[in-house]
Design a protein around this ligand. Structure first.
Ligand SMILES: [Fe+2]
Ligand SMILES: [Fe+2]
Length: 210
Protein backbone atom coordinates (compact mmCIF):
# COMPACT_ATOMS: atom_id res chain seq x y z
CA UNK A 1 0.00 0.00 0.00
CA UNK A 2 1.37 3.36 -1.00
CA UNK A 3 2.04 5.65 1.91
CA UNK A 4 0.35 9.00 1.93
CA UNK A 5 2.47 11.97 0.86
CA UNK A 6 4.30 13.63 3.69
CA UNK A 7 3.33 17.29 3.96
CA UNK A 8 6.28 19.58 3.47
CA UNK A 9 5.82 21.15 6.87
CA UNK A 10 6.42 17.82 8.63
CA UNK A 11 9.84 17.29 7.01
CA UNK A 12 12.82 18.16 9.14
CA UNK A 13 14.66 19.90 6.36
CA UNK A 14 17.51 20.98 8.58
CA UNK A 15 18.86 17.41 8.34
CA UNK A 16 18.64 17.14 4.56
CA UNK A 17 21.93 17.30 2.73
CA UNK A 18 21.35 19.54 -0.25
CA UNK A 19 22.55 22.55 -2.13
CA UNK A 20 21.71 25.42 0.19
CA UNK A 21 22.09 27.88 -2.68
CA UNK A 22 19.53 26.21 -4.95
CA UNK A 23 15.81 26.98 -5.09
CA UNK A 24 13.95 24.82 -2.57
CA UNK A 25 10.97 23.00 -4.13
CA UNK A 26 9.59 22.39 -0.64
CA UNK A 27 9.36 26.07 0.18
CA UNK A 28 6.26 28.25 0.07
CA UNK A 29 5.10 30.40 -2.83
CA UNK A 30 3.91 33.22 -0.53
CA UNK A 31 5.24 34.12 2.89
CA UNK A 32 1.75 34.03 4.40
CA UNK A 33 1.85 30.24 3.92
CA UNK A 34 5.31 29.75 5.43
CA UNK A 35 6.00 27.22 8.19
CA UNK A 36 8.58 27.08 10.96
CA UNK A 37 10.64 24.28 9.29
CA UNK A 38 10.66 26.19 6.03
CA UNK A 39 11.87 29.34 7.78
CA UNK A 40 14.49 27.38 9.71
CA UNK A 41 15.76 26.04 6.41
CA UNK A 42 15.78 29.55 4.95
CA UNK A 43 17.68 30.86 7.99
CA UNK A 44 20.23 28.06 7.56
CA UNK A 45 20.56 28.86 3.85
CA UNK A 46 20.99 32.58 4.54
CA UNK A 47 23.69 31.84 7.11
CA UNK A 48 25.40 29.71 4.46
CA UNK A 49 25.15 32.56 1.93
CA UNK A 50 26.46 35.05 4.46
CA UNK A 51 29.64 33.00 4.84
CA UNK A 52 30.60 34.61 1.53
CA UNK A 53 29.86 38.16 2.72
CA UNK A 54 33.47 39.29 3.00
CA UNK A 55 34.28 37.73 -0.37
CA UNK A 56 31.43 39.69 -1.95
CA UNK A 57 32.66 42.93 -0.37
CA UNK A 58 36.11 42.24 -1.78
CA UNK A 59 34.69 41.53 -5.24
CA UNK A 60 32.61 44.71 -5.15
CA UNK A 61 35.62 46.77 -4.11
CA UNK A 62 37.54 45.33 -7.06
CA UNK A 63 34.88 46.70 -9.38
CA UNK A 64 35.78 50.21 -8.21
CA UNK A 65 38.93 49.76 -10.27
CA UNK A 66 36.93 50.20 -13.46
CA UNK A 67 36.46 53.95 -13.12
CA UNK A 68 38.45 57.05 -12.21
CA UNK A 69 35.87 59.69 -13.24
CA UNK A 70 38.53 62.24 -14.05
CA UNK A 71 40.53 61.80 -10.83
CA UNK A 72 44.24 60.91 -10.93
CA UNK A 73 43.59 57.43 -9.52
CA UNK A 74 40.72 54.98 -9.88
CA UNK A 75 38.13 54.53 -7.15
CA UNK A 76 39.69 51.35 -5.76
CA UNK A 77 43.11 52.98 -5.48
CA UNK A 78 41.49 55.95 -3.71
CA UNK A 79 39.87 53.56 -1.23
CA UNK A 80 43.13 51.69 -0.69
CA UNK A 81 44.99 54.94 -0.07
CA UNK A 82 42.38 55.98 2.46
CA UNK A 83 42.54 52.65 4.32
CA UNK A 84 46.33 52.48 4.08
CA UNK A 85 46.75 55.95 5.61
CA UNK A 86 44.45 54.95 8.47
CA UNK A 87 46.34 51.69 8.99
CA UNK A 88 49.77 53.39 8.97
CA UNK A 89 48.53 55.99 11.45
CA UNK A 90 47.60 53.12 13.78
CA UNK A 91 43.90 53.92 13.66
CA UNK A 92 41.63 51.21 15.03
CA UNK A 93 40.49 48.41 12.76
CA UNK A 94 36.94 49.74 12.57
CA UNK A 95 38.18 52.98 11.07
CA UNK A 96 40.43 51.15 8.63
CA UNK A 97 37.43 49.17 7.41
CA UNK A 98 35.29 52.32 7.21
CA UNK A 99 38.00 53.93 5.09
CA UNK A 100 38.14 50.92 2.79
CA UNK A 101 34.36 50.82 2.38
CA UNK A 102 33.51 54.53 2.45
CA UNK A 103 33.09 54.95 -1.32
CA UNK A 104 31.76 51.48 -2.16
CA UNK A 105 28.42 53.08 -3.02
CA UNK A 106 29.87 55.04 -5.92
CA UNK A 107 28.61 52.46 -8.41
CA UNK A 108 25.03 51.94 -7.28
CA UNK A 109 24.30 55.04 -5.20
CA UNK A 110 26.08 57.88 -7.00
CA UNK A 111 23.79 60.53 -5.47
CA UNK A 112 24.02 59.35 -1.85
CA UNK A 113 27.08 57.11 -1.83
CA UNK A 114 27.94 58.12 1.75
CA UNK A 115 24.64 56.78 3.06
CA UNK A 116 25.04 53.57 1.08
CA UNK A 117 28.38 52.78 2.72
CA UNK A 118 27.04 53.84 6.11
CA UNK A 119 24.09 51.44 5.76
CA UNK A 120 26.51 48.59 5.03
CA UNK A 121 28.65 49.46 8.03
CA UNK A 122 25.95 50.25 10.59
CA UNK A 123 25.53 46.70 11.98
CA UNK A 124 29.28 46.36 12.49
CA UNK A 125 30.78 49.65 13.68
CA UNK A 126 30.32 52.18 16.44
CA UNK A 127 27.80 54.99 16.14
CA UNK A 128 30.51 57.62 15.65
CA UNK A 129 32.02 55.88 12.63
CA UNK A 130 28.62 55.20 11.16
CA UNK A 131 27.78 58.91 11.41
CA UNK A 132 31.17 59.86 9.98
CA UNK A 133 30.73 57.68 6.90
CA UNK A 134 27.09 58.72 6.46
CA UNK A 135 28.08 62.41 6.37
CA UNK A 136 31.48 62.33 4.70
CA UNK A 137 29.92 63.42 1.41
CA UNK A 138 28.84 66.75 2.86
CA UNK A 139 32.14 67.26 4.68
CA UNK A 140 34.14 66.33 1.59
CA UNK A 141 32.26 69.07 -0.23
CA UNK A 142 34.36 71.62 1.66
CA UNK A 143 37.14 70.92 -0.85
CA UNK A 144 35.19 71.36 -4.09
CA UNK A 145 31.50 72.26 -3.82
CA UNK A 146 32.22 75.93 -4.61
CA UNK A 147 33.76 74.93 -7.96
CA UNK A 148 30.43 73.36 -8.90
CA UNK A 149 28.17 76.16 -7.72
CA UNK A 150 27.39 74.50 -4.39
CA UNK A 151 27.99 75.65 -0.83
CA UNK A 152 31.41 74.42 0.30
CA UNK A 153 30.41 75.16 3.89
CA UNK A 154 27.42 72.82 3.81
CA UNK A 155 29.11 70.92 6.64
CA UNK A 156 28.60 73.92 8.93
CA UNK A 157 25.06 72.75 9.61
CA UNK A 158 26.71 70.10 11.79
CA UNK A 159 29.12 72.50 13.54
CA UNK A 160 27.75 71.64 16.97
CA UNK A 161 27.50 67.91 16.36
CA UNK A 162 29.60 65.66 18.58
CA UNK A 163 31.09 63.89 15.54
CA UNK A 164 31.90 67.04 13.54
CA UNK A 165 35.62 67.01 14.40
CA UNK A 166 35.94 63.28 13.75
CA UNK A 167 34.36 63.59 10.32
CA UNK A 168 36.32 66.72 9.44
CA UNK A 169 39.54 64.94 10.42
CA UNK A 170 38.67 61.85 8.38
CA UNK A 171 37.91 63.89 5.27
CA UNK A 172 41.04 66.02 5.62
CA UNK A 173 43.57 63.36 6.49
CA UNK A 174 42.13 60.18 4.99
CA UNK A 175 39.91 61.14 2.05
CA UNK A 176 40.55 64.44 0.23
CA UNK A 177 44.27 63.65 0.06
CA UNK A 178 43.93 60.11 -1.33
CA UNK A 179 44.28 60.76 -5.06
CA UNK A 180 48.05 60.44 -5.35
CA UNK A 181 49.31 58.16 -8.14
CA UNK A 182 52.74 57.97 -6.48
CA UNK A 183 51.36 56.77 -3.13
CA UNK A 184 52.40 53.22 -2.18
CA UNK A 185 49.15 51.74 -1.00
CA UNK A 186 48.59 48.34 0.54
CA UNK A 187 46.97 45.64 -1.59
CA UNK A 188 43.26 44.95 -1.24
CA UNK A 189 43.97 41.40 -0.05
CA UNK A 190 46.00 42.79 2.86
CA UNK A 191 42.80 44.27 4.26
CA UNK A 192 40.94 40.94 4.26
CA UNK A 193 41.82 40.18 7.93
CA UNK A 194 40.42 43.58 8.97
CA UNK A 195 37.25 42.98 6.95
CA UNK A 196 36.90 39.50 8.45
CA UNK A 197 37.33 40.86 11.96
CA UNK A 198 34.81 43.68 11.66
CA UNK A 199 32.27 42.39 9.12
CA UNK A 200 32.84 38.63 8.99
CA UNK A 201 31.52 37.58 12.39
CA UNK A 202 27.90 38.60 12.24
CA UNK A 203 26.32 41.90 13.22
CA UNK A 204 26.61 43.72 16.54
CA UNK A 205 23.14 45.04 16.02
CA UNK A 206 20.39 44.07 13.59
CA UNK A 207 16.65 43.51 13.57
CA UNK A 208 17.53 39.88 12.75
CA UNK A 209 19.64 39.49 15.87
CA UNK A 210 18.00 38.13 19.04
FE1 LIG B 1 33.03 59.59 -0.73
FE1 LIG C 1 36.50 59.09 -0.78
Amino acid sequence: MASSPVPAYSVDMTDVAEDLSAPNPDSFTAMEHGTKPQWEYIAKSINHYNEGFVDRIMETLKELEDDASGFAVNRLEHSLQSATRCYRDNKDTELVVCALIHDIGDMLAPYNHDQYAAAMLQPFVSEKYHWMVAHHGVFQGYYFFDYLGLDKNMRDQYADHEYYDLTQDFCHNYDQNCFDPSFKSMKLEEFRPALEEIMGNGPRKSIYKK
